[in-house]
Structure formats: structure tokens, C-alpha cells
Design a binder for this molecule. Sequence first.
Ligand code: PEP
Ligand code: MG
Length: 545
Amino acid sequence: MSLFTGVGVSSGRASGPVARVAEALPEPAATPAPADAAAEARRIRPAAEAVANRLFERAGVVGGEAKAVLETTAAMALDPALLSQAEQLVTNNALPAPRAVHEAANGFADALRNAGGYLAERVRDIHDVRDRVIAELLGATPPGVPDLDRPSVLLARDLAPADTADLDPRLVLALVTEEGGPTSHTAILARALGIPAVVAARGILAAAPVVGVLVDGDTGSVETSGEPVRTRAAERGRGVDWNGAGGTADGHAVSIVANVGSAADARLAVEAGAQGVGLFRTEFCYLGADEEPDVRTQRAAYAEVLSPFEGRPVVVRTLDAGADKPLSFLDMGTEPNPALGVRGLRVCFERPGVLDRQLEAIAGAEQDSGAKVSVMAPMVATADEAAWFADRVRAAGLGRAGVMIEVPAAALTADEVLDAVDFVSVGTNDLAQYVFAADRMSGALAGLNDPWQPALLRLVALIGQAGHRLGKPVGVCGEAASDPLLAGVLAGLGVSSLSMGAAAVPAVGSALAAHPLVAYQKAAEEAKNAPNAARAREAAFATLQ
Ligand code: PEP
Ligand code: MG
């Protein structure tokens, strides 16, 4: 047994077999030319058949949609045109087999992308087949989340949104990553699934082969073993008692709302008792798309997510592309420092049509779903940007416009920003990374991205005071809102709505109902003036005991 300590980001204990998420293989080299081109070309078909057979085998044991997806991918691996093109690239152009498969598959992918519509949606599948066949030729593990055939703990360097889009939550016991911070996608996903997770478990990937693992998402400890360990899932929703009315013990209202990215999230949020949606991350509807979905497609996708909230308030965030969420159809080129580059609303200054089409689709989805829609923009830096966005929202016939405060400049000018819009919502995940100049995906910097950092709390206090002065709502939709103790502190700093993954809703709602507002104001004052994050947490805990 070896013990690793990381940062616990999603509560609970679980144990079981390990499934490693393999990292992307480098692009195969075009040299050296094979000594025997005919023999090299003959390696391609058996490799593709081995890939297809494994996929067909798995298709035989699963049902429904998963079966169809596996069978389609297997058939693509055996596509005669793809295989003969790759073979010709070996024999005619003297390419090594992995490179030939890479080029042939990319040629197919380009053709599908140009065909558009349904065919363009297959580009991801072609890339998947390409990577599997190349890995087979190289004797390597294909990149991405492995195909799980039993409940397992996923072990990864880090998880990107696209890696996790097709995860089967019934088969994932817990998540452990070597990198990542408390606000990384791994943390967000784990909380959404209600499973334990530990990030920044430094050194775990280099450790001797890990067979079984015990994960404690509260303490951040990960025990690894070279032997199998008992499979045990975390208990979910441990008996939290909440009456569903968001607010403090003395009746000060604080809405308890949910972060959602899909129709399934929305249903879970309703079941958990969320009073509405505080953040609908619309980019998750675009992630697999190779071209911009048309207005009708977007409208239907948004309406599906919003319908469970008929008659209730929902905040739809416009596309937050760029940085760690690149979208292939936006073709934004490479930037030396994408987190500080053209991301979020900045993408739309150059392409206002993308925003206008999205707003049209959101307005349509409001009618179709009956939800009470507000719209907000990500990554806003100035009051002028906020005003530009609000004008476009109103021109689209949507009633309420807001912006996220994720950039320190917007926090420091919160009065002016709020003056331009109807509400703001603090994205503490990005605000922390920009305040501390600490990449939110970096395991080494996880401590700086701790939402209890007093510098972050002081900025939230500034925004809360601005909201009070202007009589406009201030929400928090970053991961900070899902910590039941911190939720009270945020309310004490003047925050009027807390938005979080569905799994956290009952615990935050009931914790907030435990004390009157004045107690939270006192806890907030203590935490904000503490010398560091650990002391801030202790001070709030001691005050509220
Ligand atoms: C945030 O930055 O706090 C936020 C909620 O946005 P995202 O995590 O999607 O960047
Ligand atoms: Mg953000």
C-alpha cells in the first residue's frame, strides 16, 4: 500500500479497481521510411480488425444506445476505403503505417466536415478510430477514458470536458487526478456525479502499477495497492434534511439554484430541490460539434435543458469558448496564453453573429420551455463590455441581462458593471485563477485556487456591497457555492443566490437554514480578514459553532 495526499474536491469514500485514462499519443512521425513497404502496409488491416473485434465484443455485452455507438465505431475501423487509402500511403509514399493511418483518417475527417450536417458529427468518431488503430500498431494504450466494463476508479493526469462527455456515471466510483485544482473540470464533474474525487495527487501516475485504490474525497487521501481491493461505492445523499426554501434561519432569502450543462443535469437538479438554474453552461451543447449548430438545433437543445424548470428562474450563460474549452468550428488559432486570450464574450466581439444566433435560439427556448430566462456573458472585463452585451440581449427580445464577474477588473469596478446590467454572478473558479495568477488546472497551484483565500473573499465582499448599493442581485456560480460552510460566508458577504451542482443542493440549502444572517455576516468578516485560507475556514467554523 502507498499513500498519496491530494486535495479532496468531492466528498465521500470509495474503493475499487483502477482504470487509467491514457494520455494523447504524439502525432506519428512520417519517417523513417519502412524498409519493406509491402510488409508495413500488411500490418494495417489486422490492427484495424483487432480494434473492431474488441469494439464488437463490448457491443455484445452492453445494450441500447451504447451498443449502437460501439457497432458504428467498429464498422468505421473496417471501412475498406479508409484501409486501402492508408495502405497506398505506405506503398506509394513510403510512410510508416501509423502515419499513413493518421493521414488517411484525417483526409476522411476533412471530407465529412466539409459535407456538414449529420456527417460532420462523425468527425469525432473517425478521430477515435484513427487513435485506436494507431495505438494498436504501436502497441500502446488508446488515449482517453478506457471502455469500462465494471465499476472502477478513474485515474488520470487531468480530465478535459470532452474526455468525460460520454462517461457512464454508474461505472465510475471515484476520480483521482495528478493535476487539476479545486475548480478544474474533474472537480466539477465529480460533484455533478456525486462521487468522491481527489485532485493534485502528485506522483501517483509514476508510482508502481496500481491495481486497487481507496479514495477519501474529504481528506484528500488516496491509498493505492498492487492487489485488488473491495469495490465499494460512496453513499449518496446521506440523509440531508432541507425544506427547499432557500434562505437563512431568520428568513433572509438566498436562492439555492443549480449549475447544469445537459437535460440529465437539469432533471437531477429538479429532483435535488433546486429553486432554479443559476448557470446553464451552454458550451456543453457545442463541445462535440465541428460546425456551429444552427438556430433550430440550438433552440431545441436549450429547450430540452430548460423544460424541467417551467415557471422558474434560469440563467443561461452564452458560449464560453476558448482557453480550456476550445471549439473546433470557431477556429481561433493558437494563442501563446489562451487563458488570457480571446475567450468567453471576447470571441463574440469579432463574431457578433455567433452571439446573435445564440440569443435568438435562447429566446425561442424561453417560449418553448416556459422557464423564466435571464442571460449572462462569461469573461467580461469592463462596464463597456457589459453594456455592449446587455444591448444585444435586449435587441434579441430577452428581458434580463447579466454578466459573470470572473476578471479582477470587473470585480474592482462592480458598481459600473452592475449599472450596465440587471444582475451579476461571480465565477469564483476563474476569478481565483486570475486573482492569484494561478492556472486552475494546475495541481501544483491548487492551494492558491482554494475558494477560502481571503483575497478572493474580499473581492466577493466588494461585489456584494456594490449589489447592495445598486439594489441588484449578486450570485455566485463557481464551485465556492457548493461548500456548505462557505455558502453561509458568501451570504454574509451580500450574495443573494448560490448556484452549484445538483448533488450539493440539499446540503447547502440545509446548512444555510441553520443560522440567521447576522451570524453569517460575522463569520464572513472573520474569514475575509484571516491571514490565509486555512485560518479563514477555521474562523468561519468557530464562529458558526
Ligand atoms: C467560474 O469560472 O467560476 C464558472 C462558474 O465558470 P466555468 O467554471 O464554467 O469557467
Ligand atoms: Mg468561468
